[in-house]
Write a protein of this length. Sequence first.
Length: 401
Amino acid sequence: MKVVIIGQGYVGLTIAAFAAEFDSVVGFDNNQVIVDQLNSGKSHIEGIDKSLIAKWLKAGSYKATTDAMDIVDAEVVVIAVPTPLTQDRQPDLSYLDSACKTIGENLQRPALIINESTSFPGTLRNYIKPAIEKHSPNPITHLYAISPERVDPGRGDFNQKNTPRLFAGLTPEASAKTHEFYSMFCDQLVEVSSPEVAEAAKLFENTFRQVNIALVNEFAQIANSLGINVYETLDAANTKPYGFMKFTPSAGVGGHCIPVDPTYLAAVAEENGAPATFIRRANEVNLEMSEYVVDRVQADNDGSLQGKSVLVVGVAYKPNVADVRETAAELVIKHLRGRGAVVSWHDDVVGNWKGESSSPLQGADMAVVVTKHDSVDEKKILASAPYVFDTTGKVKGAKGL
Ligand SMILES: NC(=O)c1ccc[n+]([C@@H]2O[C@H](COP(=O)([O-])OP(=O)(O)OC[C@H]3O[C@@H](n4cnc5c(N)ncnc54)[C@H](O)[C@@H]3O)[C@@H](O)[C@H]2O)c1
């Protein structure tokens, strides 16, 4: 079967790497640099080893391309392009638009088209299908389905194979074919009654995390105001064997999912006249955490950060990945600089970011730990500055939330 995957990022490349064992896979991406790297056997995604890419390239079951002509005879097309927020934090479907245009203009035979990009309920039915049909020069009856991606890059215990996968087609035939496609490399497939349920479930999963993270972030502030250790309190609550799930505080949430997906749910809710007050407030609490952290650091240092050298440790949005999308470190750095601090950052996993390079883990007046990669030594963090504020709860002996 010829499978074309539109977008070769975290999601698209992960699917490609699993599907290439069974199918002939073409990874279509409009970024020539990524395509060239992949075709030379390099992986830019944690969790997808370059040896796997090299193996599929050698076997002839995988190639990356920027050439839309490679889509012409696809039997399965998987969409895995970004669905971010616009500048004013509204759903940005422009990448989906462009993917639909490419598919519509080039796909010349009936195919199964599956969306894996996260978006609001109704996207497959009311947006993707009409867009592809609009751009198609000839009327072709494709099958359409949704199967929201749940991959957690950098995670060892759950992967594409053992993470249950939701799916639903617009027609029973689309559902059946989608089941057939994923069952090659997924152990457990869960069919739901409509694409809208699958789309909503994906958004709700991440909204559940966003709201709980906001709650624990708010609780960290309450605990501090009461002189109670937040981590000890959370551990104590977590001894309850039912009805409690532990989340930990942080400098805010990052990544492509948690700060973004709930806003898709809120936008569609409000469009339909339903309130999304929890979601909106949770987003604010998480965004405000960076300023709270800087307030705490400033208060601990005689009320002024003017001219002080501050090293932000860890700028990736989560441990052990190089992904900086929506990272809380960006707001922490902004607030530190806004108060006159001279800020550099250390993160050898990220390396380069926003035209700056990772600085050595040493020699600062103070250090603020935003993300702690496993490879970064706790003792070196403590030795990097006379004052260390840790937002992760992983650096014992540092000041913290
Ligand atoms: N990263 C995750 O952990 C994760 C998990 C679950 C769901 N998702 C969702 O999956 C989708 C993709 O996310 P990602 O993390 O893989 O993004 P990504 O930025 O890592 O990769 C997207 C790729 O798509 C390419 N691209 C953009 N527009 C294109 C177009 N029109 N044609 C061809 N290629 C195009 C980009 O060059 C990029 O390489 C998003 O909707 C995201 O919310 C992501």
